[in-house]
Write a protein that binds this ligand. Structure first.
Ligand SMILES: Cc1ncc(COP(=O)(O)O)c(C=O)c1O
Length: 498
């Protein structure tokens, strides 16, 4: 035995040498460099600082504000949005069927259908079909078909995931062909973007082909810009075009005309569109409509209707907002069955939670007129919808009232992404601190007002421009208070650094 209390092994190493004071066996040097390079602004340093301030407030430390207003994550339940009674009753009924008679007959019937599909008739069992429960996939197919005016959808083209985010990562994973000695596959991603697409591209061995959204044209896609982005990309094999509609972080809803242009571009360049449509139920501007890529390619006829298309949806967003349940689906339209078999194989070594599949099942089986749950469901849904419409309008209007801020209308999704005209002195100060100017802005705002938002640099943006993303999710009064604090902060900053 040595003085440090550890015995020596025959190879000279200490037994238990990874204990306190000892050298760790696994160090940062051993961690995959691509994983170390991942930067996820939403949950990174901003979240850490917000948690620190939160704990300071709880411990009675005196700060210039009495509460944090968190507008950094698209998490409606965390911001106090009431859950839908219908879904929670279904969850309760499936989790504890002995009490099922307390719930409306339509909830009981749905619960029975779901449990009949589970092994042992319980949500506590593993879901053995790697693609997801058949009954859920069939109901999703029916839901898509009804949404798209009767264009057929098939259960065997639908895959259930632990949230749409998990679907994104799985899809990207099956596209890594570099180990087979091929050129990496190129993925066209919108900038500003939802960071899941960019943060895991390198990790997975793909190449990013960034294209800028057109801020001057309500963040629509611009075909000239798509062409610019893809031309001369000899370092990869461009294969996927990611489109997020409605947009995160930019809050736009793409027009039908724009979607048709994108489809023609993709067809001409032999690209598969990956349509991230998780916000399809979040349209706040009555002059806008959600157009699914699936219906649009079908309506355009040949050759477009035969294009391979990936589309994603989630139970985390929309008006249900059950993001903690972790449920989402991906539809692979017109795909080679051998490719889908590989995806099934990949999924067979994981097991997705029954709660996520149940949330997705609820999302596509909403109460219908005449069902006992219908009236309450409509009341709750419409109250959430109209409040979001009000919050989207108020956010656009109040942000645009602040001198030095310009915000495209929040047409959909849950976010505003205004551009900031920052004074040169402030930009220089940020530089001396080694921070992006918009991160410096966001940190100062948080420290002085308790308002938590995410800098545009976390989503990427045109060089030389500065933005931030805020959600529109706090309740109306709190959102109003947040926007007033922001206006006050911004006005003082403009004066101070003029
Ligand atoms: C555009 C977009 N796609 C996908 C997701 C992932 O959603 P989830 O994994 O919660 O289903 C999100 C979540 O914020 C998102 O904004």
């Amino acid at each position: 035995m040595q003085a440090n209390g550890f015995a020596k092994l025959a190879n000279g190493h200490d037994v238990g040498c990874n204990g306190a004071g000892g050298k760790k066996l696994l160090t940062l040097d051993d961690v995959n460099p691509s994983v170390r390079a991942i930067a996820y602004a939403i949950r990174g340093p901003i979240n850490d600082r917000a948690n620190q301030l939160d704990s300071d407030l709880r411990n009675g430390k005196k700060l210039p504000f009495d509460k944090l207003i968190r507008c950094n994550v698209g998490d409606a339940p965390a911001m106090g949005q009431k859950p839908m009674t219908f879904y929670r009753q279904l969850l309760a009924c499936c989790a504890y069927p002995d009490a099922s008679t307390q719930y409306p007959a339509d909830v009981q019937a749905l619960s029975k259908r779901f449990l009949d599909a589970c092994h042992g008739r319980t949500i506590g069992s593993y879901i053995s079909n790697p693609q997801g429960l058949e009954v859920v996939r069939q109901d999703i197919a029916k839901f898509i078909q009804e949404r798209d005016g009767g264009i057929p959808a098939y259960a065997n083209e639908i895959f259930l995931f632990t949230g749409a985010g998990d679907g994104i990562v799985c899809i990207l994973n099956i596209l890594n062909t570099t180990s087979a000695g091929k050129k990496p596959i190129g993925l066209m991603v919108p900038i500003p973007t939802f960071a899941y697409y960019t943060s895991c591209i390198d990790e997975i061995g793909l190449k990013e082909i960034p294209y800028y959204l057109d801020e001057e044209n309500s963040w629509q896609l611009n075909v000239d810009e798509l062409n610019r982005a893809i031309n001369n990309r000899d370092d990869c094999d461009p294969k996927i075009l990611v489109v997020i509609n409605p947009g995160n972080p930019t809050g736009q809803v793409l027009t039908k005309d724009n979607i048709q242009q994108i489809i023609r571009f993709a067809a001409e360049k032999n690209l598969i569109i990956m349509a991230d449509e998780v916000y399809q139920d979040n349209i706040h501007d009555s002059s806008q409509k959600f157009h699914s890529f699936k219906k649009t390619i079908a309506d355009m006829g040949h050759p477009y209707c035969d294009m391979e298309l990936i589309s994603l949806h989630s139970a985390s967003k929309g008006l249900m907002n059950e993001c903690g349940a972790r449920g989402g689906y991906v539809e692979f339209h017109n795909f080679d069955q051998e490719v889908l078999d590989q995806l099934r194989k990949l999924l067979s070594i994981r097991s997705s939670p029954s709660t996520g599949q149940l949330a997705t099942f609820a999302m596509v089986n909403l109460p219908k007129p005449g069902d006992p749950s219908y009236d309450l469901f409509i009341k709750e849904r419409e109250s959430t919808r109209s409040s979001l419409v009000q919050r989207a309008r108020m956010t656009t209007e109040l942000l645009n009232n602040i001198p030095g801020m310009h915000c495209n209308a929040v047409q959909g999704a849950m976010y505003a992404f205004p551009r900031l005209d920052l004074p040169e002195k402030f930009i220089q100060e940020a530089k001396t601190k080694g921070r992006a100017a918009d991160l410096h802005y966001v940190m100062q705002l948080m420290d002085s007002k308790g308002v938590v938002i995410v800098p545009g640099s976390g989503f990427r943006q045109q060089p030389g421009t500065y933005h931030f993303r805020t959600t529109i999710l706090p309740p109306v009064d709190l959102l109003h208070e947040m926007l007033e604090k922001l206006a006050d902060f911004h006005t003082n900053l403009m004066k101070k650094y003029a």
